[in-house]
Write a protein of this length. Structure first.
Length: 560
């Protein structure tokens, strides 16, 4: 008896690798390799063979806006049997043909980075594999069996990486051997895997592990400050929802070079959030604070509380997320930001909505086609929803003498979503709001969301006795491009564009426009009657757009 136990222990200790783990349904052994002096990842997988002699693996050639992902893939071969391997890019499949009597397949493939230039916004969703590190999303790294309904036990064996090489991913940190029990393949496929010269920051919130993995030399911020913002954001958000159920959560933060302007890419994944951020002095911490707070808030608004019909409830999933981003940051002084940040963000949102060419469009126009193809429509639910949330928050506080707020509404919606699987439908939202409103809420919802009318902010501010200025500078481009954007179609008389000399019929040979910004000059190169001229102006106009003042009285009345 004793001998047998000893033998088992010896076996697991000495021969630990994928094949020796009888409990896993699929094993991946990932190791570094250099082929023709190009760094690769070599992935060896063992899996059950299909008894009909054809085993199909999912692996997309197109995903997340990227095409030709198979360019990264090479040296595919079956190791334990004779067989044929075929790529089928159109159906996103790798097909393994093998003898029918085989029970288990050992299959190997190599992955490389398929571009030579620097990482950029368009390249962050391709496999990044170089001598210093790798950064690869699950769907570009791991082939998984087609048509598998049930959950699988998956073993990951990070083998032969140097001792000081960080291995970090959505399922664990610095674990060279990982066993993911009862893994839903969809959750497995929505994950980030990094390795190499990443620096790790770890923390603990109520017994749950959080971490940040980052690399490179950051220009705009220090690692420690980023981790502090992440930690604070998670603590306050989890406390707000009273939800400390997530045992492990990690953020990856990858820098990429960019000459001008700032750029943030963030993707919410299983147990994780993967970000890639421009590394220059035009990028700043406040933008990152916003990104973390908005995106991580989606864990509850959008993820736990699900829209019934996607774009139709974006006023809620984006707009209310936006509002709680501002509120959560200000209420908890994240990165030192306070109530004046909240007021500044609400003012900007108000201006943006007033300037929008679709600011009064009915909710039904925020549909798939418009939202994904048109900038104005893509922003509308954020602005409209955030102002609507602000309006409701203030009204509920006023009606209840400060005893209730929109927070209570959100908690009730969250509980119904968790306990009853309630989705966010318009009727459901109206029903919840009826309990917090003076009278019937339906007409209010009809007016401000369904019909898309603007909230009367002057009446709201007057009613709450808030200090505001009735007029403000807002963005006005002052002219319209022709359809092909190579000429000026029309100019608004009296606008700054008009005053600067822009005229209908001018040809445009160069331009620099910061959409929506009143702080950056519009610069145009125009051609008229064969003569070229360069024109610049601030795209500003005065309009009856009320703006809150950041007075101490206002801050107090708004609860800061
Ligand atoms: Zn969002």
């Amino acid at each position: 008896m004793f001998k047998r136990v000893l033998l088992t222990v010896l076996l697991t200790t000495f021969l630990y690798s994928c094949q020796q783990q009888p409990e896993a349904d699929i094993c991946y052994t990932i190791s570094p390799a250099v082929v023709d002096s190009i760094p690769h990842l070599r992935i060896k997988m063992t899996l059950k063979a299909d008894p009909d002699g054809t085993t199909e693996l999912s692996f997309p050639d197109k995903a997340w806006g990227q095409t030709d992902l198979y360019n990264s893939l090479g040296n595919m071969q079956l190791l334990n049997v004779e067989g044929i391997v075929e790529k089928d890019a159109d159906s996103a499949r790798i097909v393994l043909m093998h003898p029918k009597e085989v029970e288990e397949l050992e299959f190997e493939y190599f992955l490389k980075q398929d571009f030579e230039d620097d990482v950029s916004t368009t390249k962050v969703y391709r496999p990044i594999i170089n001598k210093d590190y790798f950064h690869v999303f699950s769907h570009n790294l791991f082939m998984v069996p087609e048509n598998t309904k049930e959950d699988l036990d998956i073993a990951l064996d990070w083998s032969a990486f140097p001792e000081d090489y960080t291995i970090h991913n959505s399922f664990g940190s610095r674990e060279k051997e990982q066993l993911l029990m009862d893994m839903d393949l969809e959750l497995f496929g929505s994950a980030i895997f990094v390795g190499g010269d990443f620096r790790m920051f770890n923390g603990d919130i109520e017994g749950n592990q959080i971490s940040l993995a980052t690399r490179g030399e950051w220009v705009p911020f220090k690692d420690g400050d980023v981790f502090k913002v992440l930690e604070e954001t998670l603590i306050y958000q989890r406390n707000f929802w009273n939800d400390h159920s997530q045992e492990y959560f990690t953020v990856t933060l990858q820098p990429f070079p960019q000459e001008s302007g700032s750029s943030f890419q963030g993707t919410g994944l299983t147990n994780s959030f993967a970000t890639s951020v421009s590394n220059n002095d035009q990028t700043d911490m406040e933008q990152l604070v916003y990104l973390f707070n908005h995106e991580l808030m989606h864990n509850w608004i959008g993820h736990t509380i699900k829209n019934d019909n996607e774009e139709e409830q974006y006023w809620f999933s984006e707009g209310f997320t936006e509002y709680y981003t501002f509120k959560n940051i200000a209420r908890n002084n994240i990165n030192g930001l306070d109530g004046s940040f909240f007021i500044a963000e609400m003012n900007r949102t108000i201006r943006d909505l007033y300037v929008s060419s679709v600011g009064d469009a009915p909710n039904s126009e925020i549909n798939y086609d418009n939202f994904w193809a048109n900038y104005e429509y893509s922003k509308l639910p954020y602005w409209r929803g955030a102002i609507f949330a602000f309006y409701l928050d203030q009204k509920i506080k006023q009606r209840s003498g400060g005893k209730q707020s929109l927070d209570d509404v959100m908690h009730q919606i969250y509980e119904d979503a968790t306990n009853k699987g309630q989705k966010l439908t318009h009727d459901y939202f109206i029903g919840v709001m009826d309990g917090y409103w003076n009278g019937d809420f339906q007409p209010v919802f009809q007016k401000y969301i369904e019909e898309g009318q603007k909230v009367d902010l002057v009446a709201l501010f007057d009613g709450l006795d808030l200090d505001y200025s009735p007029e403000s500078d807002i963005y006005e481009l002052g002219f319209e491009f022709t359809q092909n954007r190579k000429g000026i179609q029309s100019v608004t008389q009296g606008s700054k564009a008009w005053e600067a000399g822009v005229r209908a019929g001018d040809e445009v040979f160069s331009r620099s426009i910061w959409q929506g910004s009143i702080d950056h000059k519009v610069e145009l190169g125009l051609r008229r009657n064969g003569e070229e001229r360069n024109i610049s102006f601030y795209p500003v106009t005065k309009a009856k757009v009320p703006q809150l003042k950041a007075t101490s009285g206002n801050l107090e009345k708004l609860g800061f």
